[in-house]
Design a protein around this ligand. Structure first.
Ligand code: 4AD
Ligand code: MG
Length: 432
């Protein structure tokens, strides 16, 4: 595409030439004779230098007047500048103000998180927020890339559904022409169907959880990538998760060094990430927690302090495997060697970022699935289609779901999950 302006990310290609940039004023410093304009255009930031006796008086006056976050069009000569992060600066010859921004509420001084979240629509322009969301994009691309390389195809799952996937306690209900419908908690069940049609599939969808807890790790609307593969058993499923995490890490480390620097993320722990990841059983994880002084009984589910104790014992992501049947979903395949546990695992990120992936082999035997549905009081009629998959060419199959925001939080080293998505939805938080 031919444009009459260039992007800051491409500025190096124009060294020694005059270019036009279209963007916003990020920040400004002025002495009587020079304006230093920090110009951002979404693709990057560059310093523009406007010298009084090199431009006409009117232009220099505009340099006085232009304020933080005004939209601007700037012309200038691309020069090398070894000290600047981009390696370049712009010798400004012309400035036009598209719209003069007044009293921009986010100033370089410190603001509290409540204020910043109220202004999320503007806050995302700030360098750290911007960097985290760019890394998010790279993570998403890495996931699509890895799965396509492995032969998976994207088959979207619906958001409006007649049933629940992950239990009824966190369901958002809505009205569907007089009938109750629910916002999807995970695309898993639908892609079990597409997996029987296409072999290896995935869906990249919002997932909704009416979580009543206020934590650093919970959203009510998150993005999940669910993958499912026919004829994959539990071990192959884990291998796929491991391969995907390594592919994400490689792409982010290759392509996002500037963003990681902006975030002041120590990349040493990320560079260490390497397959194979350690695997411990649920039972071993319980013992580990008790030894670490975070008490838990066998058969209880882990909470945040347990997650931290488990993950804190490893410098790689760690699989916790073979959870008790009683605390996991009805569709998980019991371990043939010990049916009191399932062939299901959670993957915990290092450095205390909690569970990022949940996955399992699914029950493929018709009678066993019906029995488990009865035990878990899952009604037959609304799930008839799901049961059908066990009637017509059922095969062992497995899959997993990765929480995108948890993964972004970990890789970016974010304090809170709200910064891993443009507009976080949390308990008591739906504005803007
Ligand atoms: O472990 P979960 O509940 O697994 C499932 O939904 C399966 N149906 C996935 C599958 O097998 N296809 O959710 C998967 C991941 C979690 O590991 C976590 O990373 C993320 O989704 N997640 C959340 N992230 C932020 N806020 C929440 N409230 C989350 N709930 C789950
Ligand atoms: Mg889980």
């Amino acid at each position: 595409m031919k444009l009459d302006f260039v992007y800051i990310s491409d500025i190096g290609k124009h060294l020694g030439h005059e270019v036009t940039l279209k963007g916003w004023l990020y920040n400004k410093r002025s002495s009587g004779k020079i304006h230093f304009l920090q110009i951002r255009d979404g693709s990057g930031v560059i310093q523009g230098v406007m010298v009084k006796n090199e431009v006409d008086a009117k232009t220099f006056e505009l340099g006085d007047k232009v304020s933080q976050e005004s939209s601007i069009i700037v012309k200038g000569m691309v020069k090398e500048d070894k000290r600047s992060p981009s390696g370049y600066e712009l010798g400004v010859s012309d400035l036009r103000i598209v719209q003069l921004s007044q009293d921009y509420p986010i100033t370089p001084k410190e603001h509290g998180p409540a204020f910043l979240m109220e202004h999320r629509h503007l806050w995302m322009r700030s360098s750290k927020q911007h960097a985290a969301l760019r890394i998010r994009d790279t993570i998403e691309q890495a996931i699509h890339g890895y799965l396509h390389k492995e032969g998976f195809i994207h088959t979207p799952a619906p958001i409006l559904t007649p049933t629940s996937c992950e239990g009824t306690t966190t369901l958002f209900e809505t009205d569907y022409f007089g009938e109750p419908a629910f916002l999807s908690q995970s695309g898993q069940m639908y892609i079990e169907a597409t997996a029987a049609a296409f072999g290896k599939v995935y869906t990249f969808t919002p997932a909704f959880r009416a979580e009543k807890s206020k934590t650093r790790r919970h959203l009510t609307e998150l993005w999940m990538m669910d993958a499912e593969a026919s004829y994959f058993e539990h071990a192959e499923n884990m291998q796929c998760q491991e391969g995907m995490i390594c592919a994400i890490m490689e792409k982010v480390l290759n392509e996002c060094q500037n963003e990681l620097k902006t975030l002041e993320r120590d990349t040493a722990p990320l560079e260490k990430i390497k397959a194979p990841f350690p695997v411990i059983s649920y039972k071993e994880a319980v013992e580990l927690c008790n030894k670490a002084g975070v008490p838990i009984q066998y058969g209880e589910d882990f909470g945040a302090p347990h997650d931290t104790a488990i993950a804190g014992s490893f410098d790689q992501p760690v699989f916790v495997d073979r959870f008790p049947t009683a605390i996991k979903s009805f569709y998980m395949q019991p371990d043939p060697e010990d049916p009191t546990v399932v062939l299901g695992s959670d993957l915990y990120a290092p450095e205390g970022y909690g569970e990022i992936i949940g996955g399992s082999q699914r029950i493929h035997d018709l009678d066993l699935l019906l029995k488990k549905m009865e035990e878990h009081k899952v009604p037959y009629e609304p799930y008839k289609w799901y049961v059908d998959l066990r009637r017509y060419g059922s095969v062992p199959h497995s899959g997993f779901g990765i929480g995108i925001e948890r993964t972004v939080s970990w890789i970016c080293g974010l304090q809170h999950i709200r910064e891993a998505i443009p507009f976080a939805r949390m308990l008591e938080k739906i504005y803007p």
